[in-house]
Design a protein around this ligand. Structure first.
Ligand code: CAO
Length: 447
């Protein structure tokens, strides 16, 4: 007992001291401590979209990201979907900001040694090649660990261990195998993929979180670890609510789905058009100009709490006293009719007017914004979510900046590197090569 008392008496000043130190730190000028991931060096063996999404985030958070690219060609996306001849594509530039580029062939004898030196000098290695590709380069995890036991080694693959683990996977394959496509689309029509890159960028996001957690754990254990994210798993995680509904289905029809009560449910969660994924009825309704503008629509949620205000706004105050309409249960079997009536009203307003009228009434709603509108939206420019970047060969272009805002680690978006732009700088500054070493490495084709 006495011992316990002693312990807690000891703990109190420590907690107070910690708060005191934090208060002092809070008064020190911002930016003095660098960015969130300052001092972390990333060996970036990623290509296409999922891996680069992850390393771009790490770079935005302050890590020194060294992108390793095949000499001569680099990341294949540099040349894909080009809008301007002989210039790095937007596909590449928009996924590789704030990184340095070194050309290096780890499969060549000299390249192999340089790569091993880079493993020694880095904290994190990220890759998203086909299964086994890094092993075939001569660097299985066991060897990486041996070279640098502090290394956090992170990979994206299409599938986790199992029947498909050797498969190559792109975005839409992940959407189809992760449950997104089977639950997306109009009722009774073909499965649809979504424009949001939940397989690639979604998995890159998951991986970045795993890396940051592993770095934090390394602070305590002193050792790195393997971080893996399968795209199928990432998509399924984002489709979590649909697996919820799959289990609810065993206990009766999904009453909030537009199928209810007229269309029978099968054994699996069906596609539900634009119905809300939550318990609140929602739908996309036409707005003024829909005949010519493909994006003149709004999403409106007829949440029970805001229903009286919504009914009044659209001129249907009678709904509030009519037992056919005045309870969520009464409305449930005729949500399609309800949204048709709401649409008669929204069609008389622009999507922005609908937002301006319904938002103050606490009716959750939102205009369907086109990419053009998003690109031109001043508030997104102001917050750095949409940024204009200058590039030496392509000129000015727009990109999506860091959506994660840290008050003490502001993001400055820096253009993507040209192929091998930092090869000499990295060989000198990180690998420790002399001018002569660099020349020799270049002669052998290793860089
Ligand atoms: N120097 C020399 N060779 C290099 C190199 C370098 N710097 N970088 C990569 N390579 C080689 C690899 O060693 C590999 O060669 P081997 O197959 O002979 O071992 C090859 O280039 C790349 O292989 P890959 O199979 O990964 O490339 P791919 O274009 O055929 O496939 C993809 C692309 C995306 C389908 C596949 O990489 C994959 O399934 N990745 C995992 C899942 C994933 O991330 N998918 C998302 C794709 S979009 O973000």
């Amino acid at each position: 007992m006495a011992k316990k008392k002693q312990k807690s008496a000891k703990a109190k000043p420590t907690a107070r001291k910690t708060i005191k130190t934090a208060k002092k730190a809070a008064r020190s000028p911002k930016g003095k401590g660098g960015l969130a991931l300052s001092g972390i060096r990333v060996l970036d063996m990623t290509h296409v979209q999922s891996g680069p999404t992850c390393t771009q985030l790490l770079a935005w958070l302050g890590a020194d990201v060294i992108k390793v690219e095949r000499p001569g060609t680099g990341d294949a996306t540099r040349g894909q979907l080009r809008d301007v001849p002989n210039v790095d594509s937007l596909y590449f530039t928009m996924l590789n900001h704030n990184k340095r580029s070194i050309t290096l062939n780890p499969k060549s004898p000299v390249g192999n040694k340089i790569f091993a030196r880079l493993i020694e000098e880095c904290d994190v290695m990220v890759e998203n090649f086909a299964p086994g590709a890094i092993d075939r380069m001569g660097f299985p995890w066991e060897k990486i660990q041996k070279i640098n036991p502090r290394m956090v080694y992170a990979s994206v693959k299409g599938f986790g261990p199992g029947p498909y683990e050797d498969c190559k996977v792109y975005e839409n394959v992940a959407q189809c195998t992760g449950g997104s496509a089977s639950t997306t689309g109009e009722i009774g029509r073909v499965p649809l993929v979504t424009g949001a890159q939940i397989g690639d960028s979604g998995t890159g996001l998951h991986l970045a979180l795993g890396i940051v957690a592993a770095l934090l754990q390394r602070e305590r254990t002193g050792r790195g670890q393997r971080v893996t994210c399968a795209m199928q798993d990432g998509v399924l995680n984002l489709c979590r609510v649909k697996l919820r509904d799959q289990q609810r289905l065993a206990h009766g029809p999904l009453k909030e789905y537009p199928q209810y009560p007229n269309i029978p449910f099968g054994p699996a969660v069906p596609r539900a058009g634009n119905a809300s994924g939550g318990g609140q009825p929602g739908w996309i309704v036409k707005c003024k100009g829909w005949e010519t503008d493909p994006d003149a629509y709004s999403y409106v949620i007829a949440q029970a709490a805001a229903f009286p205000a919504l009914a009044k706004a659209i001129g249907r105050e009678d709904w509030l006293t009519d037992p056919e309409w005045n309870t969520p249960e009464a409305r449930l079997p005729k949500l399609d009719k309800m949204f048709e009536i709401i649409e008669q009203w929204t069609m008389t307003k622009t999507k922005f007017e609908v937002m301006d009228i319904l938002n103050p009434l606490d009716v959750p709603c939102g205009p369907i914004l086109s990419m053009k509108e998003l690109a031109e939206e001043p508030s997104l420019r102001k917050t750095g979510t949409v940024v204009e970047v200058d590039h030496p060969t392509r000129g000015k272009y727009l990109t999506v900046g860091n959506p994660i805002k840290l008050s003490d680690s502001p993001t400055k978006v820096v253009r993507s590197p040209l192929l091998g732009e930092h090869t000499d700088e990295i060989l000198r500054g990180v690998v420790g090569f002399s001018k002569k070493d660099i020349e020799e490495a270049r002669k052998t084709g290793a860089v």
